[in-house]
Ligand binder design. Sequence first.
Ligand SMILES: N[C@@H](CCC(=O)N[C@@H](CS)C(=O)NCC(=O)O)C(=O)O
Length: 223
Amino acid sequence: MLIVHHLDHSRSSRIIWMLEELHLPYEIVHYPREKTLLAPPALKRIHPLGKAPVLEDDGQVIAESGAILEYLQETYDADDHLRPASGPARQQCRFWLHYAEGSLMPPLLIALVLSRLGKAPVPWLLRPVGRALGAGVQRGWLNGQLATHAAFINDHLARHAYFAADSFSIADIQMSYPIVALLARTNHDELVHVRNWWLRMQQRPAYQQAVKQGGPFDVPGTS
Ligand SMILES: N[C@@H](CCC(=O)N[C@@H](CS)C(=O)NCC(=O)O)C(=O)O
């Protein structure tokens, strides 16, 4: 039996979406976020890192969204419906699968941390200092980084219907969470192609079923 350990409002929604695309039976174990937005300690009993998602398949415990998506694709998608079988599109798929967590999520996570500096558990006298530091980092570094990523992704989607070129793949699923965060944290008026891609993704029956099962695809601190 496939079991998804799912932290509400988190990256693990992507795994539920993947399972729905594959029409596989599965169970969800739900974990609410703590007030700090961290995962509850119970997740550490499933995997030492205590992060979501974690997938269990017949006793095998697998962490890391990208590794889980690849595992599911290799194990349950024999006809390669969800990953280009070869050629440049296959390489594109691999690129976006890694880029999502390796390059795009880090600045988005920093944006989340900075947005919470005013709520940090430090003496209230220090909080304005924290906020001022955060605003400086945002202006001097973060905004530029996010703008570069946003333009790069928008340009790719202006030329391709999907992340791995012409067909839907695990790269689209993997990119969904950082895209939701990017749209929530940047002024996205100009990101027409990113917004159109996301609207199309949300029309997929498997995506809609995943939302019914696991809750909305949103990022903490923005809903
Ligand atoms: N790169 C990992 C990141 C895992 C991760 O940080 N998950 C977040 C959910 S969005 C989490 O569990 N956060 C709660 C915590 O850090 O306690 C992946 O893609 O699986």
